[in-house]
Ligand binder design. Structure first.
Ligand code: FAD
Length: 298
């Protein structure tokens, strides 16, 4: 397979048996059989066509900030989008390739005095991952600014989906069931004042640094916000702040986060998540639902 792949996909940066913990925000995760970094859409289409014609499983990663890759890693081809990262401004709209960093995208909006994207100033991740997750914070979410997205189906065909076709909900989009991948996204912003935009972004980033354990590897909020409650508060009330399994701990700063404090594994994360769900259920009767995605083999 490797020789065939080298011939068919020459010129594309593909790494074999590449440990994914070097790429994930949690610093856990076993190897990908093949980790590919397409530089452009042409290379992306070549990769997917090859994978489909060889019955090789494939999946895409953005910045790996919202997932736990299991210790056994991922079979087949994992496609990293970070080199597909062009950002184009057209009047008050931004056309952004899926691999562009979301924080960088908000800075480009700010530098063009475009308002509407400030809410995302501190959200790690790629634009594709943000559309997939309908990422949001404070007063905003992707659904408020997205006009349309160019997506590719599992068959390699490209189409445009309007925001209304995305079935956006709280940390939800239609992409989570369709399997379509985002190639680029178009956002509508409004003209604003550079200083006001910058001040708001700085304010939100400051709030984040006060509340979140940004100095440790993590995957952000592990759980969705249960209706009428805050996951962090429920976890605190269940006495779990600082609770640790292996190298992974419920953050003492923000109990909604689980931080990798001492070379933790994906198994530690999974065990800690299960323990927290169980304990919170017993304590409050509420079942926490995971926001973070867990992928790969045991
Ligand atoms: P990944 O983690 O790489 O992938 C997540 C899922 O998206 C995977 O299933 C992947 O297959 C899919 N995906 C990735 N790219 C594409 C694509 N191009 N097309 C289709 N599917 C794709 N999230 C919030 O919403 N609000 C926050 O305030 C927030 N704060 C965070 C703070 C910290 C410290 C951390 C570590 C995370 C935080 N997150 C937050 C979670 C995360 O940053 C977001 O969910 C982000 O949008 C995930 O993007 P990503 O590129 O890292 O996706």
């Amino acid at each position: 397979m490797l020789e065939e792949m080298k011939m068919a996909l020459s010129g594309i940066d593909i790494r074999v048996d590449e440990p994914l913990k070097n790429y994930t925000y949690t610093k856990v995760g076993g190897p990908a059989d093949y980790l590919a970094f397409p530089k452009n859409r042409f290379e992306l289409v070549r990769l997917i066509t090859f994978a489909n014609s060889h019955d090789l499983p494939w999946m895409v990663l953005g910045n790996a900030s919202n997932l736990i890759v299991r210790d056994g890693g991922i079979r087949g081809i994992v496609i990293m989008f970070d080199r597909l990262n062009t950002i184009t401004i057209n009047g008050y709209t931004m056309e952004v390739e899926a691999g562009a960093n979301l924080k960088e995208t908000t800075k480009v909006a700010r530098d063009h005095s475009l308002t509407g994207f400030e809410f995302a100033a501190g959200i790690p991740g790629s634009v594709g991952g943000a559309v997939f997750m309908n990422a949001g914070a404070y007063w905003g979410e992707i659904a408020h600014v997205l006009v349309s997205a160019q997506v590719m189906g599992r068959d390699g065909k490209i189409k445009t989906l309007d925001a209304k076709d995305m079935a956006f909900g709280y940390r939800q989009s239609a992409l989570q069931s369709s399997g379509d991948i985002v190639i680029s996204a178009k956002f509508a912003l409004k003209p604003g004042d550079y200083t006001a935009i910058k001040n708001e972004m700085d304010r939100l980033n400051h709030l984040r640094s006060l509340k979140q354990p940004l100095e440790y590897p993590s995957c952000g909020s592990v759980f969705k916000r249960p209706v009428g409650h805050f996951a962090g508060q429920l976890i605190t009330e269940a006495g779990l702040k600082g609770y640790r399994i292996g190298g992974v701990e419920v953050s003492k700063k923000h109990a909604g986060f689980m931080i990798n404090v001492d070379q933790g594994s994906a198994k530690d994360y999974e065990n800690l998540i299960a323990h927290v769900i169980d304990t919170v259920k017993k304590h409050s009767g509420i079942t926490l639902e995971r926001e973070v995605r867990i992928i790969g083999k045991e």
